[in-house]
Design a binder for this molecule. Structure first.
Ligand SMILES: [Zn+2]
Ligand SMILES: [Zn+2]
Length: 222
């Protein structure tokens, strides 16, 4: 499941991109707001206490490193991780910067997935809108279909690769708390940005607020 669900999420995102226009769909925006609230909640309720339980106070530094890393990665990804693309690149050029930054992000988020089923679900729910936005962008970018599939395939494999290394490389466990702390920083930045952009211009939106509260409650009670 830990390998299968993240792959499924990318595939579902691709299907969404084929059949709806994610950028303008209300249902998609609600899914995105829900994914942000759920991911933030699971991070705060489960992942954060777990790394502090180690008693190692360096984890705080690694959380901030993760947050900074995500800010830097978004120079390359233009915000795909939080559900949209701010600027479009050159038509027809293969988006290497986008691929590399998304792969680093996806690779790292694979590491803590074995710690909690809820976190696995949180990452999967977060990956669906990301993959949908990414697929929409790639399909419109003017690159060939083969390159689109190559890009999506590489991107899809990164999270399972991170999980696999965590599970099969014994020597990595001594650094787990630090890696998880970096991922916490990444998730804090991504999820709060989603919630921030969900209430753009501070315009009140009852259904968005409702799915955000629903996401928090679901993460708390499950
Ligand atoms: Zn943004
Ligand atoms: Zn992610």
């Amino acid at each position: 499941m830990i390998y299968f669900l993240p792959l499924l999420a990318v595939f579902l995102g691709y299907l969404i991109a084929l059949f709806i226009k994610p950028g303008s769909s209300i249902g998609f925006k609600l899914l995105l707001a829900f994914s942000g609230a759920y991911l933030l909640s699971v991070t705060v309720f489960e992942l954060l206490p777990e790394v502090y339980e180690t008693g190692d106070n360096k984890v705080g530094i690694f959380i901030m490193i993760g947050l900074l890393l995500q800010i830097i990665l978004e120079f390359g990804s233009k915000g795909v991780e939080h559900g949209h693309i701010h600027h479009e690149g050159n038509k027809g050029a293969f988006p290497f910067a986008l691929l590399i930054s998304l792969c680093i992000h996806a690779f790292l988020e694979g590491f803590p997935l074995n710690t909690s089923e809820h976190l696995l679900h949180g990452v999967v729910i977060h990956k669906i809108p990301v993959a949908a936005i990414l697929s929409t962008f790639l399909l419109q970018s003017g690159i060939s279909k083969a390159k689109v599939f190559l890009f999506l395939g590489l991107f899809a494999l990164m999270t399972p690769l991170g999980s696999w290394i965590q599970l099969n490389n014994g020597s990595i466990t001594q650094y787990s708390a630090y890696i998880h702390a970096i991922v916490i920083g990444i998730f804090l930045h991504v999820s709060t940005t989603i919630l921030f952009e969900a209430s753009k211009n501070h315009k009140f939106n009852a259904s968005k607020l409702a799915v955000i509260i629903f996401g928090i409650l679901l993460a708390y009670f499950l």
